[in-house]
Design a protein around this ligand. Sequence first.
Ligand SMILES: Cc1c2[nH]c(c1CCC(=O)O)Cc1[nH]c(c(CCC(=O)O)c1C)Cc1[nH]c(c(CCC(=O)O)c1C)Cc1[nH]c(c(C)c1CCC(=O)O)C2
Length: 368
Amino acid sequence: MTSDTELCKDRDNFPPLKNDLILRAARGEYTEMIPVWAMRQAGRYLPEFREVRSKHEFFTLCRTPSLACEVTLQPIRRFNLDASIIFSDILVIPQALGMDVEMIPGKGPTFIRPLEHPKDLKELEHDVDVDDKLGYVYDAITLTRHKLEGRVPLIGFAGGPWTLMAYMIEGGGSQTMSKAKQWLYRYEDESHQLLRLLVDITVKFLVGQVKAGAQLLQVFESHAGYLGRDLFNKYSLQYLRDICKNVKRELVDAKIDPVPMIVFARGAHYALQELASTDYDVISVDWTIDPKEARNKIGGQSTIQGNLDPCALYANKAKKLIGKMIAEFGTQRYIANLGHGIYPNVEPSQLDCFVECVHAYSKNLNAT
Ligand SMILES: Cc1c2[nH]c(c1CCC(=O)O)Cc1[nH]c(c(CCC(=O)O)c1C)Cc1[nH]c(c(CCC(=O)O)c1C)Cc1[nH]c(c(C)c1CCC(=O)O)C2
């Protein structure tokens, strides 16, 4: 038996992949059924997650490869999901820059000393060695690739630069993002400076994740909806575009096959056409966006991911809602997902129903 510590470092002998549905969908190839996964599929709605979490602080889970691997695998053991996503958090990047963040139950992520003024930017570690600081994420990815035994591909991820900037200034969740948006209106140069720093680190981090074994990447710009078209174009779009372009270029330069990349700009109705013109292979949409309108705006060149309202899983007639979503998106160039992360009070059986329904309905539609 090879130990976890050895497997964490063995990037050469991954088991062969048995289910490449999501990779084919992302590349625009034919899929006999729709691939499906759920954002936050490793999480508190699973009793086995709560059990592990009751014994360990949140970021200890993230930093301990054997624990991160275990909770990543939990939903894969239960459901016929077509992808796994590494258990981690978008806030590991601000931590790597020297900011202290705690996960407070009932409150969520909390920064001990948020950025209050542009002069605080000096305090960040500008020359951070990403591979050293976030090597624990790479180890978790490599270990998980082995332990998945090729069942499904493994997704790596990072937060979008504006979303990270907003957390670093707000210090946690916010209804309005007014402190972070104040920077965008008042301190334009310093905002761009911070966003560029975040882009550089994110590119290194995502490239490192692929080297460690990630087979797809997703960038979560969860706070896009607070911006509106003008601020989005100025402070998010170009940086999201640069992340994708630079990650793919660096992989090619390193003679590594680029992996499909997914962008989730939550709430960015106004930006679907622009996002489709970037190098991202998949555009992920939230539930407030109409499937047909999304298809029209995004066009045939990108795959779409989404977008069931996470609350639709509570419905008595969830199957009907899932059927409608599939009929509207169609079965090709499509990855079924929720429009945002699954909520902690969802019954695991409701996610099972989602997965089974997507598979059964789409197989049926493809056969007719
Ligand atoms: C904004 C954001 C964060 N983290 C993330 C985002 C982007 C996606 C989104 O918009 O939801 C991304 C994330 N967070 C987590 C994952 C793991 C992989 C997966 O999707 O299963 C991923 C991909 C685990 C997690 N991240 C978190 C949990 C639950 C916390 C716990 O166990 O205490 C999990 C499983 C905590 C977290 N971390 C963050 C928030 C807002 C919260 C929730 C706070 C709360 O509701 O209490 C920051």
